[in-house]
Write a protein that binds this ligand. Structure first.
Ligand code: NAP
Ligand code: GLV
Length: 306
């Protein structure tokens, strides 16, 4: 805010909740730049409501599925995001979810709090080791690679992955193997999702894919909720078709408090906190502001989306 206020007049949507659609459409009128959150849908209607002087949309996030990039391109509006600076924080959450589900932390903590911790039990709360197992990374980009590095280096896990292109550097460093999605699902003990949400990735993991996974496998999602068919996942977890799931993202967000996924002991849900560290969020703010300032001056954005 300080950086922006030094160079331009800033119109801020106040309050803890996103603007309503009406407030968003009203609020952008006459703006040269829009700094959006991932909860704001910035489509052609919003761009046209802003007016022809709109030059830049800067998302305070690396994912930009909330922005109609094609509509922006058609109107000559630059679009930027905040890559890299949240990679470590988000990969840490992916690993934390994998460990928490593997070691049944939700059940164990709940039982401890609710008087079910009677003694040290040789057979109590038995989970799975990660050491020496196989991780399947769906989308070997920045966060996928950082997650694979942690699990390979820290837990000596073998790495399988899918991506649009092979990653020879990652193959070399992590002894990783590019495979088909089916093979990854059949062989991985942890399946971790890191693809952006696009028309190709929406519901990439549905009932058929869950069926391919091992009964002992764990699904981790820190990308976007819509990558998973959530109804199929709820059923698979209920039926113990897979061991568990760790979700930092859901459909919708927030997930209503009465959603059945919350009641499943083998499912841990976080409120989309992948990048929620002081360092990551400060650096995201810097990048989002720098994108806006460059765009307003008609310069190339330092962090444009692809
Ligand atoms: P990235 O570096 O662009 O990585 C995405 C990877 O997905 C790319 O390597 C790309 O493959 C691959 N991919 C794209 N479409 C694919 C497809 N149809 N099939 C297989 N692979 C595909 O992005 P990132 O920085 O790692 O971020 C990834 C996503 O994480 C973001 O888009 C966002 O939705 C999410 N995210 C969530 C949080 C959170 O708080 N939970 C935080 C940050 C990001 P190629 O390289 O082969 O083209
Ligand atoms: C968070 O989800 C991001 O895309 O930065």
């Amino acid at each position: 805010m300080e950086k922006l206020a030094a160079h331009c007049e800033v119109r801020l949507h106040e309050g803890p909740l996103p603007p309503t659609r009406e407030a968003l459409l009203r609020g952008v009128v006459g703006c040269t730049g829009i700094l959006s959150l991932l909860s704001d849908r910035i489509d052609a209607e919003v761009m046209d409501a802003a007016g022809p002087q709109l030059k830049v949309i800067s998302n305070f996030a690396v994912g930009y599925n909330n922005i109609d990039v094609m509509a922006a391109r058609q109107r000559g509006i630059a679009v930027g995001n905040t890559p890299d600076v949240l990679t470590d924080a988000t990969a840490d959450i992916a690993v934390a979810l994998a460990l928490a589900v593997a070691r049944r932390m939700k059940e164990a903590a709940h039982d401890a709090r609710n008087g079910k911790w009677m003694t040290w039990e040789p057979l109590g709360w038995i989970g799975h080791d990660l050491h020496g197992k196989t991780v399947g990374i769906v989308g070997m980009g920045r966060i996928g690679t950082a997650t694979a590095k942690r699990l390979h280096g820290g837990w000596q896990m073998s790495v399988l992955y899918t991506s649009r292109r092979a990653k020879p550097e990652v193959d070399r460093q992590l002894d990783a193997q590019l495979v088909t999605l089916d093979k990854l699902l059949e062989q991985a003990d942890i399946v971790s999702l890191h693809v952006p949400l696009t028309e190709q990735t929406r519901h990439l993991i549905g009932a058929n894919e869950l069926e391919l996974m091992k009964p002992s496998a764990i699904l981790v999602n820190t990308s976007r909720g819509e990558i998973i068919d959530q109804e199929a996942l709820t059923e698979a977890l209920r039926e113990k078709q897979i061991f568990g799931a760790g979700l930092d993202v859901t459909t919708p967000e927030p997930l209503p408090a009465d959603h059945p996924l919350y009641d499943l002991p083998n499912c841990i849900i976080l409120p989309h906190i992948g990048s929620a560290t002081q360092r990551a969020r400060n650096a995201m703010a810097e990048r989002a502001a720098e994108n806006i300032l460059a765009g307003i001056e008609g310069k190339p954005l330092p962090w444009p989306v692809d």
